[in-house]
Write a protein that binds this ligand. Structure first.
Ligand SMILES: [Zn+2]
Length: 396
């Protein structure tokens, strides 16, 4: 079987207003000329003429067109209403990354929010020229920047849903909040985010909550997949890198059977949501800033809890990101979790301050994914900001 080769294209942003159908098709054509791309994962807020031009280009190249769809967040057209949003330990709604609507999460246990999310998906698939859907933001907000302000959800609907499964969410919230006030508690919380519920180092109350969140996300994704299948769509899932999955409510073992393939966002050099250095540095900064950890101790704790090789200093992690050895380990973990058709997401964009890559590192990361035996690659996360010569480094 030929390796799968997906590419993400045209994330939402102000630049789309000026984008012509010809311009959008031209860039795609340049990518097809360089690589045997077999699926294009295209953004969710395109003008019909731009989308149509891309659909024509994909048909000509024999590539499947997937709608790249942020599921549990708002978007520029529909910011999530405050009472649908996920609720933190503090009782406040969890703010989205940079307050962007496409990074502001709604609660999957909120009946009106859940219904609106599924209706929006249905509307998009009914009217679009797609053969598949690529479900992104199938998770809770990441707690990494500050577990007090960003870990959820503790809303009334989640309390009800948890009670039905025998979990008292108010009691859990009090215990977790108390744990987050002591250094010993914080250590256990960090271990619990990354380690299986059976590990002796975890906090069993928090582990029960993480299990409940995983069941909630899997159940909701199953409903979304049902909508997609009704419309004859192939389904791909966009998940966090395996080590970070549990922290955001994703269980690869239960999500995988719902989809045709899974892409893991094992971005080793990205300083944005889901990027491994971004998420791990969020926790390291929080440990240093809120709990007076020494920098080396914070990183040692994270290395121990994740089982990943991490540098001793935050600055090194920020500058160099994760090693290709760590990325290979991440792909292997996805396999161990039962992912059948595994696409490694690799960042190839050049965005100042977010992803600044070099050729040797890209080659090393590609070799690491190959060594892990992945089924293909997802070139991320947006061809629009990808230097075309980088595509030439990809040999599969
Ligand atoms: Zn909730």
């Amino acid at each position: 079987m030929m390796p799968a080769l997906a590419i993400q294209y045209l994330e939402d942003g102000p630049h789309l207003a000026q984008l012509s159908p010809e311009g959008a098709a031209e860039k795609l054509r340049s990518a097809f000329a360089r690589l045997p791309i077999d699926r294009v994962l295209i953004g969710w807020n395109l003008r019909p003429d731009v989308l149509e031009a891309c659909a024509v280009e994909c048909a000509r190249a024999g590539a499947a067109l997937y709608r790249w769809h942020p599921l549990l967040t708002g978007d520029a057209l529909q910011p999530p209403p405050p009472d649908w949003q996920t609720i933190a330990l503090s009782g406040s709604p969890i703010a989205g990354f940079q307050r962007m609507p496409e990074f502001t999460f709604v609660c999957p246990n909120h009946p009106a929010a859940a219904e609106a999310v599924l209706r929006r998906l249905e509307g998009a698939l009914e009217n679009g020229p797609y053969q598949g859907v690529f479900l992104d933001r199938i998770r809770y907000p990441s707690p990494a920047s500050d577990p007090v302000a960003s870990f959820g959800c503790f809303c009334a609907n989640c309390q009800r849903a948890a009670a039905e499964e025998g979990l008292n969410l108010n009691a859990v919230a009090e215990e977790v909040a108390a744990a987050l006030r002591s250094a010993t508690g914080v250590r256990r919380v960090i271990h619990t985010f990354f380690r299986p519920a059976t590990d002796p180092s975890v906090d069993s109350t928090l582990a029960a909550l993480l299990d409940f969140r995983e069941r909630t996300i899997t159940r909701f994704v199953a409903q979304a997949v049902e909508v997609a299948r009704k419309h004859g769509m192939a389904v791909g899932l966009d998940t966090f890198s395996p080590t970070l999955c549990r922290m955001v409510g994703q269980n690869l073992r239960t999500l995988d059977p719902l989809a045709d393939w899974v892409k893991i966002m094992s971005y080793g050099h990205t300083f944005g949501p889901a990027g491994l250095p971004f998420e791990l540095l969020g926790l390291a900064d929080w440990l240093v800033g809120h709990h007076n950890f020494r920098e080396e101790d914070a990183l040692a704790l994270l290395a121990e809890a994740t089982g990943l090789p991490l540098p001793r200093h935050r600055d090194t992690l920020r500058r160099a990101g994760l090693s290709s050895t760590a990325l290979q380990r991440e792909a292997e973990r996805a396999r161990e979790a039962g992912v059948r058709v595994l696409l490694a997401g690799i960042e190839l964009v050049e965005i100042a301050g977010v992803a600044e890559l070099d050729e040797a590192q890209i080659r090393a990361d590609l070799a690491a994914f190959e060594a892990a035996g992945v089924d293909g690659l997802a070139l991320s996360w947006d061809l629009w900001v990808m230097p075309l010569e980088r595509l030439e480094l990809v040999r599969i």
